[in-house]
Write a protein that binds this ligand. Sequence first.
Ligand code: SAM
Length: 191
Amino acid sequence: MSLVGPIQLPHLSVLRLGHRRERDKRITSHLGLTARAFGADEVLLAGEVDSSALETWNSVSARFGGKFTSRHEDKPLSWLRQFAKDAGDGEPGVIVHLTMYGEPWREAIPKISTDRPTVVIVGGTKVPGEVYRLANHNISVGNQPHSEVAALAIFLESWVGPIDDENRFSGGEIKVIPNAEGKRVINLEEE
Ligand code: SAM
């Protein structure tokens, strides 16, 4: 349930900083899938180049639908500095940074504007101090260290609220039919 009621989603990116190909393989993969499932339009992967993460996300999007995209970003700080000034239309974008040191999410979420392209940043290794300064909102999901996947999921669910799966994830090969008794999947390619 969104803390701010139904919102018209802005273009929403997730920037994953400091990816380490071997160590973060699974968590980064899960982070992208969580971003997609909970309403993000794209993931920008910074840190080590890793085509396998991008391939996983592309393959899930092809099978389960939607227009989610992903790419590697070589210079995340330059990209953020630019986004802070110009999100592509000459006006500033909104930068949200998830960090256990930030403002509690229930208090911060109602202050986030919803009419501008937005990037949600999550870290991996130590996050550069400049990220805290560039962010419009440094937001904590509790003040204990846990997981970027958990932080992102809770933040997106609390800000964006439930996703309209029918519209958002159209065009896939597979559709899951929610069912309390078991597994129901329609293979749209065979129809
Ligand atoms: N060992 C790393 C360090 O010292 O920088 C911590 C990595 S932490 C698991 C990775 C990311 O998860 C953080 O950069 C932050 O984005 C997110 N995270 C972890 N705990 C959080 C919390 N309580 N609130 C918000 N985000 C959190």
